[in-house]
Ligand binder design. Structure first.
Ligand code: F0G
Length: 458
């Protein structure tokens, strides 16, 4: 008999979960104005809100915490962290920051000027926010395949070279850099191939435009390259990661994902001018350049996290779990962005709640239904997140309307995946009876999904 697959780790510490009744959840969700960001975490049974900062650290990472050097300047923790970043990514200059958006804030303060245009494969919302708040424009150049959730292609996160070249041509002299996001979170945690990374960078460089890699899930991206791209099967994750970064000029990193820490981020580059420029913004925003908003112990744990999460077994365990959940949804016929990506399942709400009009936000409605069904918290990546058009102030219904279910790293077991799948199936089975959605009662002018207050229509 073939020996089955199992996790590449065992469990040393556990955290109890709290269950609740449907009645309690009805009450709590009402009090949260049908916005799951407003729930208390203890009102949630299985939390799939995000994979950011929610992972379980290893015994080695916890041991590193004890070795943290809390000196204000020049701590050994900084040098340990810097050496690991240099080794994995091949960049000489490293600036720590407290998280990914802080890295964007520091680097973009130096690079982005009013009126600039910055193309990218579906900029993450904070990335877009840091561009738009500087009165520059973020233009999406993701390949069209990403818009068809049922289409099976191996690298759905790829850049469309055609779209990119058009932006570069039309804006010559006005593009300070391009943002290449790996994996492409917004379209479903979808990977970008090495070929596309190389061709994107070559194209940008032909126009004299540097490339910044938004690297939150770089290790998962490297795993997909190993598994899916010709010529990489025999390379290690570390070799693939290193090669990815030879093509680009700098990186911003939210280490809360593939660094497997609860808080942390950084900028790295070989461009001395960028380093010197960004450094000046690090000090007032984040703190001195050898700690950048982080404790010495956090830097230690991050160095260890980067090292172990660029090992094949760790990534195989993770992606296996995400694919296991996807397999259950296949059994039940529930439509999601295919093939499943690295960190989450993105359920295609438009195809599930067909009777809920888009003006009543199907993905948000599905998010609420899943919480009410079994206390599972996902989040809407859809029409509410899309915010209003800045000019017309109309809702933007042009994109996809998805329920994202993130899987935290090394936190839940496959039994929890079964619970998620069963709860989704129950909602799916009664989908035709769900005919009304939600209405907005109050919203912030920007990034409204975090604080929006909704009313249930029924
Ligand atoms: N870039 C990407 C691709 C991200 O997914 C995120 C965060 C950031 C940058 C910002 O990093 O949170 O450390 O400031 N994504 C989280 C999510 C919040 O839930 O997808 P941060």
């Amino acid at each position: 008999m073939e020996i089955p697959f199992a996790e590449a780790w065992k469990i040393k510490m556990i955290e109890p979960l709290k269950k609740s009744t449907r009645e309690q959840r009805e009450q709590w969700l009402k009090e949260a104005h049908y916005n799951v960001f407003m729930l208390k975490a203890e009102q949630v049974y299985i939390d799939c809100l995000t994979d950011s900062g929610t992972g379980a650290m290893s015994d080695r990472q916890w041991a590193e915490l004890m070795l943290g050097d809390e000196s204000y300047a020049g701590a050994t923790s900084f040098y340990k962290f810097e050496a690991m970043v240099q080794k994995i990514f091949g960049f000489k200059y490293v600036i720590p920051t407290h998280q990914g958006r802080a890295a964007e804030n520091v680097l973009f303060s130096y690079l982005v000027k009013e009126g600039n245009v910055i193309p990218g494969n579906a900029h993450f919302d904070t990335t877009k926010g840091h561009i738009e708040s500087r009165k520059a424009r973020a233009i999406d150049v993701t390949c069209d395949e990403a818009r068809d959730t049922q289409l099976e292609v191996p690298f759905k996160g790829n850049v469309s070279l055609e779209k990119l070249e058009k932006v570069l041509k039309e804006n010559e002299g006005n593009v300070p850099f391009m943002v290449l996001t790996i994996t492409n979170n917004t379209v479903g945690g979808q990977p970008v191939s090495m070929k596309n990374i190389r061709e994107t960078s070559e194209l940008c460089h032909r126009y004299g435009v540097p490339v910044v890699m938004d690297s939150a899930r770089f290790a998962e991206n490297a795993y997909f390259i190993k598994m899916r791209e010709e010529g990489y099967a025999d390379k290690t994750i570390k070799e693939i990661a290193r090669e990815m970064y030879t093509h680009v000029d700098a990186m911003t990193m939210s280490a809360k994902k593939d660094g497997v820490v609860n808080m942390g981020g950084f900028i790295a580059t070989n461009n001395k001018d960028w380093y010197e420029g960004a450094k000046l913004y690090c000090i007032p925003f984040e703190g001195f350049i050898t700690y950048g908003g982080l404790n010495g112990r956090d830097l230690n744990a991050l160095a260890q996290g980067l090292d172990e999460n660029t090992e094949f077994d760790m990534l195989e365990t993770r992606i296996h779990q995400v694919q296991y959940l996807a397999g259950l949804l296949d059994e039940y016929g529930i439509p999601y962005q295919r093939p499943v990506g690295g960190h989450a399942l993105f359920i295609d709400a438009d195809k599930v709640l067909c009777n809920v009009p888009k003006e009543e936000f199907p993905a948000q409605t599905l998010t609420c239904e899943l919480y009410l069904e079994a206390g599972i918290r996902g989040c809407e990546i859809g029409y509410i997140l899309a915010d209003r058009d800045p000019v017309t102030r109309e809702n933007r219904f042009g994109g996809l309307d998805l329920l994202r279910l993130c899987i935290a790293r090394r936190v839940y077991t496959d039994n929890h995946m079964k619970v998620i799948a069963a709860a989704l199936k129950n909602v799916y089975d009664r989908r035709d009876s769900i005919t009304r959605g939600v209405a907005i009662e109050w919203e912030a002018p920007l990034m409204r999904h975090f604080t929006v207050q909704l009313r249930r229509l029924q």
